[in-house]
Write a protein that binds this ligand. Structure first.
Ligand code: SAM
Length: 289
């Protein structure tokens, strides 16, 4: 017997829940979502999927994958765990629009894997959440991404300048995308439950980013370098990160409308974008880059 997906696609019945006999591997951040309302919230946040390619990060036992497979035209699921990847392959053997890739997501170019426009979804492994979020910022970026992350990371992603949790992650995301908090997900929604609360977050790249594509790498380095010195004033930050002397640093900062006495944690992403552009125009590269 076959069942039909939301897109009218006939779907073969799964033989059994993939990975049902799999013991969760702590070192791979395996906390499987068992809450249908949270799963539906992720799907809803992704919007209509008909005609779209979805890349899923860390499909695990496939709870979210099943929902994506019913709705999207193409699903590419990237799973590091060999046993889970093998189970998913069996589970989706009769679904030609599903590709299971056994790989470390950080080693995969998501844009190349999709080969065209794509959206991104994932209940991501918490031990590498920030590297995954940065990795997903590498162009060609997803048209939209929905992540399930630790609550604390969700808060940092959308934090405003001046708040204690505003940092390199907030600036890097907000310079390129709008971040929307969707909803909290409690620890008991997972098997096994993690030690922290979680949240669903949607990231939509801006049509007009504040940083030109060729300046994205120096922008990222500047922001990460500056927040490594978050309690220092910008004059000290710039003197530490560049070969410029104090007078030149002060001039550049003032030209960029940045108070030399301001601390990185108070600056909006636009200020870092102006500073990146000014340094590039002066031909100044950061020390060690
Ligand atoms: N999506 C599933 C769910 O919601 O039930 C599983 C989520 S679990 C938090 C994270 C998943 O990411 C696990 O299946 C784990 O094996 C996988 N994973 C861990 N590290 C990974 C990596 N570097 N690349 C790809 N997948 C990874």
């Amino acid at each position: 017997m076959t069942r039909k997906g939301k897109a009218g696609r006939p779907l073969a019945q799964p033989a059994r829940q993939p990975g049902a006999f799999h013991t969760p591997r702590k070192r791979l951040g395996q906390h499987f979502l068992n809450d249908s309302r949270a799963l539906d919230a992720i799907v809803q946040a992704l919007g209509p999927l008909e005609g779209k390619t979805v890349i899923e990060i860390g499909p695990g036992r496939g709870a979210l994958t099943d929902k994506l497979v019913e709705r999207a035209s193409r699903v590419i699921a990237v799973e590091l765990d060999r046993d889970l990847a093998a189970s998913l392959r069996v589970q989706h053997a009769l679904h030609p629009h599903v590709q299971i890739v056994e790989a470390d997501v950080l080693d995969v170019s998501l844009g190349e894997l999709a080969g065209g426009p794509y959206v991104l979804a994932g209940n991501v492994p918490y031990y590498i959440t920030t590297p995954i979020l940065f990795h997903a910022l590498t162009p060609p970026r997803a048209d939209l991404a929905v992540y399930l992350v630790q609550r604390e990371v969700a808060d940092r992603m959308g934090a405003a300048p001046g708040s204690k949790i505003y940092g390199a992650l907030s600036v890097n995301l907000q310079a390129f995308a709008d971040v929307t908090f969707i909803r909290e997900v409690g620890a008991r929604s997972f098997t096994p439950p993690p030690k922290v609360e979680s949240a669903i977050v949607r990231v939509i790249p801006r049509a007009q980013a504040h940083v030109e594509p060729e300046l994205e790498a120096p922008f990222r380095s500047l922001v990460i370098g500056a927040f490594g010195l978050r309690r220092k004033q910008m004059l000290r930050v710039l003197r530490t990160l560049t070969p410029l002397d104090a007078t030149a640093c002060e001039t550049v900062l003032r030209d960029c409308d940045i108070d030399p006495m301001a601390r990185p944690e108070t600056l909006p992403h636009e200020a870092f974008a102006r500073l990146t552009l000014a340094l590039a125009q002066l031909g100044v590269t950061l020390r060690g880059s």
